[in-house]
Design a protein. Sequence first.
Length: 136
Amino acid sequence: MSEITIKITDRTGAKFAGLEKGVERFVKKGIGYLEGEIKGSMAKPKHGRSYKRGGKVHIASAKGESPAIDSSNYIGSIQQVFPSPLEGLLGTNASADGFPYPVWLEEKMERPLWEFEAKEALPTLEQILRQEVHGV
């Protein structure tokens, strides 16, 4: 799992308050950015097999591609959660036969998404963080 951890040791004064507000903004913007990247990756054209389902042709993802959107259940289950102002989580409760669907897709079907997109997003997330705490 990819994560960015920020440790603040001095929690006193105006400088801390400004830093804390900047990190709060970063958490919200960063989670939103990452959600957009994950959903955007799923929406890209795929190159796997095609088949008819429900009167429409679906093109599945090929190994090494992010999952294709089929019923929209998976992409629609992706949620942002903020346990505290300085903590944001992005995830899904989707499952397949009681097994976490993202893990099944990534490990069994070889459809990279979460870890890949998180790593790809790190430079942008670092830039967002710098912008939000600049001048503090």
